[in-house]
Design a protein around this ligand. Sequence first.
Ligand SMILES: [Zn+2]
Length: 262
Amino acid sequence: MPDYAELLRGFQALGLQDKPVIAHASLKPFGHIEGGAETVRDAMLASFASVSMPTFTYKTEVIPEVGPPNNGIIYGSGHDTNHLAEHFRPDMRVDPMMGSLPEALRKHPSATRTAHPILSFAGVNADLMLFTQTLYEPLAPIRALAEQDGWVVLINVDHTVNTSIHYAEKLTGRKQFIRWALAGDRVVECPNYPGDSLGFLAIEPHLNSDTRRVPVGEGFIQAVPLQGLFEVVQRLIKKDPLALLCERLDCERCRAVRVTER
Ligand SMILES: [Zn+2]
């Protein structure tokens, strides 16, 4: 079970003290941490120039009866869930599916959170990057991070949660989607919504030489530079337009990309 000092040693061993990072995490493999997710957050803030994380809120999403074709969605399938959807609020809790660390980051007294109703990001010392986000360009903060020589930090998780790969997919021209969310007193159309990420594990062997990896307790931390990551994604998709898609037969978004590329 790592404590603050061991976490700090682990993060600092990545050698990224002067870099902004975007992080994704599952803290369970660490076991009990004194002080919980806040301890991990504080060790990160002491180890990187800035820390950002996705603070997505899927419970704002609604599914309409009809919409544009080949949109990776089953229209009309929201009968049982649309009435449970909630209007986005800046203080809305991060989707529990994303783990406890982004919620702890969002609650930091110096944190900023963006206002995208589904795909918000929170960060500390990251305002200039976060403020690039618009409803039309939800992943713009990732581009801004890359321009600042930013890195992705994965804590006990693999690339299937690496949101930055989605930005690189968009750079290649891969199909993006439209989703709808409750915000204010209306339903907001959210374009450039990314595809599915379950197939992203296939990128791992291509990143080995760029990856820094540090064991921490029973878990691990790994980091890859965004610029290098973008280059690898673009190379893989250029070689095979279906690269990094998942194999699930019921995956609507990967199917929509396949249909587009056919
Ligand atoms: Zn898929």
